[in-house]
Design a protein around this ligand. Sequence first.
Ligand code: PBG
Length: 345
Amino acid sequence: TSRLPESRQNHEPSTSSPLTERPRRLRRTRALRALVRETSLRPDQLILPLFVHESPGEAEISSMPGVWRQDVTRAVERAAHGQELGVSSVVLFGIPSEKDELGSGAYSEEGVVQRAARELKRQLPELTVIFDTCLCEYTSHGHCGPLHLHGPGGATVDNDAALALIARTAVSQARAGADVIAPSAAMDGMVGAIRSALDANGFHDTAIMSYAVKYASAFYGPFRDAADSAPAMGDRASYQMDPLGGYREALREARLDVAQGADFLMVKPALAYLDVLRSVREHFDLPLVAYNVSGEYAMVKMAARAGILDERRVVLESLGGMRRAGADAIITYHALDAARWLREA
Ligand code: PBG
């Protein structure tokens, strides 16, 4: 302070200020900052992912500290804890003990997520239960649909054969009590196939949250460890979107899913695609979801553990950024921590 001119030290008003606008006036106190805050984040806008396995008990996922593969009992406990914190939605991922070529565990009435959902609905009837609808966690080869072995360029996923199995999966999930079906297989015509199958079986009120804009991202690495769903050969570049694609492709995917009856749209991953999220927000009026994926979570967790980042502030800042970019809701592995921090704030 000794270096300030005498007049400022004494708080003497400067009489000839050339500044007519001083944004800092509205940042002066905590209450003023809160009064003019433009972006809100609430626990009920967060969706908690749950990995349900068939073994008893739970095991922490090494690449995702704080996230567990759990049996049905533990998954229900975790969802109940979320509800107490104000997180009213979960999305289910299954880790079956048996996998096969056609991913039959995905559409079995006794499948692991079907059993989990029945129990969640029985014990927590107010909870919104969303199912990730895909085959990659259930197929022996780890792809999102059955393989067409002799296609041009070798093994590729057979789009139309996948549609039938995905629609069947969605119906079995609706029967198990799904509020929302969230197809993530990136197959053409997926939303339409699911909508017709649901309607044909009387599930007119089961909503579809389409992973409409889903990139072939390296940020899914830890999830594939967790779900043991990395493709045994090849990658997902022939069905998921090119990470360096642009707005036209993203808007086209969103438009097709709206036309086929989607109730929500999603952009995934979130952080590297906030511009795409904003663009989809501006072009469509459906509720929009951002998926804050496993790799995004792992980066924050590892940096926080190394003492490099303040986890709480970084998480709330990132989720707030997704909201500002246009997300109504966010699927995030940080859901329970974030809900707790939001309540304390
Ligand atoms: C299934 C699915 C994946 C994720 C969500 N649903 C994996 C993939 O597409 O490879 C990734 C989620 C995450 O990384 O958190 N298709």
